[in-house]
Design a protein around this ligand. Structure first.
Ligand code: G
Ligand code: G
Ligand code: NA
Ligand code: MN
Length: 254
């Protein structure tokens, strides 16, 4: 409860940071992008996980303002980092509230990208299956408008939510992210391997690319690459890094 009150003050005091987890193309091992992940440095409690404060920010509606801050920060970093790597893209997690709130401003993002001289395809929106459950027409309209401007859409935690495969037909989706729970035991679990193979085959048939998350072992990486998975992220390569560390990695791997 206390934490909820602290959130608004945290915005004002600049206690949020974005960390960046590299996303690699599995076929050549090169960094293609990063997922921006929010961190809150609380003055008394230290680092607080988004798993803890995002739900509070959603309940209070502050997620809209926080989401705008995240996007502005991502634009700023993209402008800098695309000088090091011109094709770099950043994935941004968005909450369903950002699609539905009255003052939701996702539809202003293309103009914001343009103002920074950034192409639409420098940004990927990470949404979850939860978003696709309600208000389908409103969501579908907004997703189409964003995609018209080149922004791409990734379905996060794929396979763990309330997914109905019909979503994949109805909504314009560019990437499926295989949830970490299917990756974690790949080396020993034949069912997980079968599920990953099926997801990859289905995605490719529907002209989507696949990102595997939670790659922790070389065995996961090797198997996924052989199976034709396009991209990967996980502790094997890097955890989510402070901006300066991600930039150092970009320079070193250029
Ligand atoms: O980084 P970590 O794995 O602790 O993230 C926990 C959860 O918080 C993930 O589900 C992630 O999608 C979510 N999250 C991280 N950053 C953001 C953000 O900027 N906006 C939203 N809506 N969710 C985020
Ligand atoms: O829900 P979402 O997929 O956005 O959450 C991503 C979360 O997964 C982040 O908190 C991130 O720190 C975490 N993560 C990223 N890579 C790995 C990994 O290889 N292993 C584990 N256990 N967690 C990871
Ligand atoms: Na995500
Ligand atoms: Mn995810």
């Amino acid at each position: 409860v206390r934490l909820g009150k602290d959130l608004r003050q945290a915005m004002a005091c600049g206690q949020f940071r974005l960390h960046y987890q590299p996303i690699l193309a599995l076929h050549d091992g090169r960094i293609r992008g990063a997922e921006a992940l929010l961190r809150w440095q609380h003055p008394e409690r230290g680092w607080i996980s988004p798993a803890e404060f995002i739900p509070l920010a959603e309940d209070s509606g502050l997620i809209v303002e926080l989401g705008s801050w995240v996007f502005a920060e991502v634009c700023r970093q993209l402008q800098q980092w695309r000088q090091l790597q011109p094709q770099l893209h950043i994935s941004v997690n968005v909450s369903p509230i950002q699609f539905f709130a009255d003052n939701a401003n996702l539809l202003q993002w293309p103009a914001q990208l343009a103002a920074h001289g950034l192409p639409g395809d420098s940004v990927v929106l990470e949404i979850t299956e939860r978003l696709l459950l309600d208000n389908r027409d409103q969501v579908s309209t907004q997703l189409h408008a964003l995609r018209q401007c080149g922004i791409r859409v990734s379905l996060d935690d794929f396979g763990t939510g309330y997914s109905s495969l019909s979503y994949l037909k109805k909504f314009a989706i560019d990437y499926l992210k295989i949830d970490q729970s299917f990756v974690r035991h790949l080396e020993t679990d034949g069912s997980d391997r079968a599920l990953c193979e099926a997801i990859i085959a289905m995605a490719h048939r529907l002209d989507m690319r696949v990102v595997a998350e939670g790659i922790e072992l070389a065995a996961h990486h090797d198997w996924l690459r052989e199976a034709g998975c396009d991209f990967g992220q996980g502790f094997l390569f890097a955890r989510a890094l402070p901006a300066a560390e991600f930039e150092a990695l970009l320079r070193q791997r250029r």
